[in-house]
Design a protein around this ligand. Structure first.
Ligand SMILES: *Cc1c(COP(=O)(O)O)cnc(C)c1O
Length: 391
């Protein structure tokens, strides 16, 4: 069991207040630092990013923008328009830029797609990233499809397509790998699912964690662009925040039918991408950057999977299979997820995400992100100490 002392209880109270103010999402590190200055966060295992990719981006920013005197231009002048930034991604994505819509973070793409193309109903598998059911337009019916706990929350396409048919649904969502469990649908299975759903108005595929997924030991990057060409109702949504470790930039994109991109750009989103994000997107035309990124991506996947294996060996918790860069961890010994979060934070400076507010999860769950190798070791040691020591 986890025993909380007076300090821990005070922290529980302060965090609950901050959390209530940030809705379904966690308070940002900046908010935590401002509000609770005494709290020393050493490891942020709540935010789901590849720290090595952030290091890489910092080097690029320094050598290719700041050292070249480009920072002032990036801040002083207007950035390029949406369609011009889309061109920077076209070669990397192997699709014409007319299919690409750039967003101020994936969250803006989600909102744009939901508000413009989802008019009647939307099937959302749960547990999920809450914006998909929170941001639909008023009057749109959200049909929640419960992923089965006894199958580790894996999405079974037979059951999913049947649910969609039974409810006469017009739009459906698939997040692959899924957040918060990291469950992964292999490419061929996903394609088969889309073939069965080609009569729908839209199938939204959120691939924000796809760079952490893999089909085999080569760990090659998986691309869904071809699926948009094959199935005109498919809308891909991708955040750059997690795999490139640049959430502060606010960069994301969508890949979809041309007429949909035209419809979105027809009355908005002209300069929604700032100068620093434009620099970031320009790196996708830089083969040397892409090669370096591939190296940090693959080594991070390897370290992450080792981290999950070690987590799986800790008694009193269950680690769900994940091909994302975070693991869903269930507490089996009667401890409360919230208490474990507080203990990790107050005694070890490790910030994790309690999933008590996630709909579709039954039990005590925590989501723990994979960080650097050294930080992962500290997370493992702390958990071991909590579960074997007497706290
Ligand atoms: C974090 C997240 C997003 C939002 O990403 P931003 O680009 O930072 O707006 C979208 N979808 C999923 C599944 C996410 O986890």
């Amino acid at each position: 069991m986890i025993h909380l002392n007076a300090n821990d209880l005070a922290l529980t109270h302060s965090l609950a207040k901050l959390k209530a103010a940030s809705g379904s999402h966690s308070p940002s590190i900046a908010t935590l630092r401002e509000t609770l200055p005494a709290l020393k966060i050493k490891i942020d295992a709540c935010f789901l990013s590849n720290p090595y990719a952030t290091d890489l981006f910092m080097q690029e920013l320094e050598s290719k923008l700041i050292a070249q005197g480009g920072l002032r231009d990036a801040l002083e002048f207007y950035p390029s328009q949406n369609a011009a930034i889309a061109q920077k991604l076209a070669k990397y994505l192997h699709i014409d830029s007319s299919h690409i819509f750039i967003g101020n973070g994936a969250i803006e793409v989600i909102q744009a797609v939901l508000h413009n193309f989802v008019r009647t109903n939307l099937v959302v598998p749960i547990p999920t990233f809450s914006s998909y059911y929170e941001f639909v337009r008023d009057g749109v019916e959200v049909l929640l499809y419960k992923l089965p706990k006894e199958q580790n929350y894996a999405l079974d396409i037979e059951a999913y397509t049947k649910f969609i048919q039974d409810h006469n649904a017009k739009n459906a969502l698939i997040i692959n790998p899924n957040n918060p469990d990291g469950g992964y649908i292999p490419y061929d299975t996903l394609r088969e699912c889309l073939a069965r759903l080609r009569h729908l108005e839209s199938v939204i595929i959120d691939e924000s964690f796809l760079h952490f997924g893999y089909e085999d030991s080569s760990l090659e990057q998986i691309s869904y662009t071809k699926l948009v060409e094959e199935f005109s109702n498919v809308v891909l949504i991708k955040s750059m925040s997690k795999d490139f470790g640049v959430a502060g930039l606010r960069a994301g994109y969508g890949v979809m039918a041309k007429n949909r991109v035209e419809a979105l750009l027809h009355n908005g989103y002209l300069w929604n991408v700032n100068g620093l994000s434009e620099f970031f997107f320009s790196l996708f035309g830089d083969d040397e950057f892409l090669q370096k990124y591939e190296r940090v991506r693959k080594s991070y996947i390897t370290q992450t999977q080792e981290f999950f294996k070690a987590l799986g060996q800790i008694d009193s918790i269950k680690t769900y299979p994940s091909k994302a860069n975070f693991a869903l961890v269930e507490l089996l010994n009667g401890a409360k997820a919230q208490d474990l979060c507080i203990k990790l934070l107050s005694s070890y400076g490790i910030y994790t995400r309690s999933c008590s507010d996630k709909i579709g999860l039954e039990g005590e769950f925590l989501r723990i992100a994979s960080r650097s190798e050294q930080e992962n070791t500290q997370i493992l040691q702390s958990l071991q100490e909590i579960f074997t020591g007497d706290f």
